[in-house]
Design a protein around this ligand. Structure first.
Ligand SMILES: [Zn+2]
Length: 279
C-alpha cells in the first residue's frame, strides 16, 4: 500500500528509535531485474554492498522519503510511494523481502515493494542529486511544516490555473508528501469537484481544503497510518479515508447520493456528485 507523508514519518521515527548505532553486516536483493523496471533501484546491485561495515548514524524523513544515514557518507533512501512494506525483525527469520539489510546483532531491516517505489544506496553527493531527495527535501513546503500557513497555501493555489490533482500530487505539486488517496479524501471533505482549478477556489474553499489536508495527515499520524499500512513491526494503521475505492458501491455518508468513480488525471477519483460542486 502506498506510503505517503504520515506513513513515512511513522516509519522514520520507528527506525530512528531502533536502528541508530547498529552496524550493517550483510545485504541481499531479490528479483532485481523485475524491481529495476518498477522501482527506483541502484542500476548496479553491487552498490548496496557499500552499506556493509558501516554504522547507522541518523534517520531523517520528509515527504514520502526516509533516509537512513550511515557513517562515512553513505545513505539508504527508502520510498515505497506506490506500495511497499518496510519491516524490522529483532532476530531470526525475516518476512518476504526484495531488499534486506542485516545488522551485526542479528536484527534486520527489510523492504518489499508491491508497486513502484525506491530503495537506493547513495553516497552523500548522489543522494542530494537524486530525484526523490530533490523533490522532497528541497524548497517545496510540507503541509506539516510548522511555518506552513493558510495564507501561504492560498498564495500557492492562486498561482496555479490547473486542476487540483496536479497541484496537490506529483512532481509539480505545490506541497510534498501527498498521493492520490489523500487528494481524494481531502477534496471530498472540502466539497470540491476534481475538475476545479486551484486558482478558482475562493478563500473559504481553500481554507477548508487546507484544514482537510492537515486534519487527515494528523489523524493518520495519531492512528498509526492509514488502514492498509503496516508499520515497522507489522501493526496495521487505523485511519479509514472518507472516500476512495472502498466506497465504490456505497452512498455518500453526508447526503446519500451514490458515490461515482471517474477517470481523472491518469487515475480514478471517487466523488460525491452532489457534495463536490464544480461551481
Ligand atoms: Zn454527498
Amino acid at each position: 500500500m502506498s506510503i505517503e507523508l504520515p506513513e513515512a514519518q511513522i516509519l522514520g521515527e520507528q527506525m530512528r528509535e531502533v536502528l541508530i548505532g547498529k552496524d550493517a553486516e550483510s545485504c541481499d536483493v531479490k528479483d532485481y531485474e523485475k524491481l529495476i523496471k518498477i522501482g527506483f533501484m541502484n542500476k548496479n546491485p553491487d552498490d548496496y554492498k557499500e552499506l556493509i561495515g558501516r554504522k547507522v548514524e541518523a534517520v531523517t524523513y520528509r515527504g514520502n522519503v526516509d533516509v537512513i544515514k550511515f557513517d562515512k557518507g553513505m545513505n539508504l533512501a527508502i520510498s515505497p510511494e506506490y506500495g511497499g512494506i518496510v519491516s524490522y525483525t529483532e532476530e531470526g527469520e525475516t518476512p518476504n523481502y526484495h531488499f534486506r539489510l542485516r545488522f551485526k546483532d542479528g536484527s534486520a531491516l527489510t523492504v518489499r515493494l508491491t508497486s513502484m517505489g525506491g530503495v537506493l544506496a547513495l553516497n552523500d553527493e548522489k543522494l542530494v542529486n537524486s530525484y526523490m531527495y530533490k523533490r522532497d527535501f528541497g524548497d517545496v513546503p510540507s503541509p506539516l511544516d510548522e511555518d506552513f500557513t493558510l495564507s501561504r497555501f492560498q498564495e500557492l493555489l492562486s498561482q496555479k490555473n490547473r486542476m487540483l490533482k496536479s497541484v496537490l500530487v506529483g512532481k509539480d505539486a505545490v506541497i510534498i508528501g501527498l498521493s492520490n488517496a489523500t487528494y481524494q479524501d481531502a477534496i471530498y471533505r472540502a466539497g470540491l469537484h476534481p475538475k476545479r482549478k486551484a486558482s478558482s477556489l475562493n478563500n473559504d474553499e481553500s481554507k477548508l481544503l487546507f484544514e482537510s489536508i492537515r486534519w487527515i495527515l494528523n489523524e493518520r499520524l495519531r492512528l498509526g497510518g492509514k488502514e492498509q499500512f503496516q508499520d515497522l513491526y507489522g501493526i496495521k494503521g487505523g485511519y479509514i479515508a472518507a472516500i476512495g475505492p472502498h466506497m465504490k458501491k456505497e452512498r455518500c455518508p453526508k447526503c446519500g447520493t451514490p458515490i461515482e468513480g471517474i477517470a481523472h488525471g491518469g487515475g480514478k477519483v471517487y466523488l460525491c456528485p452532489e457534495c463536490q460542486t464544480l461551481e
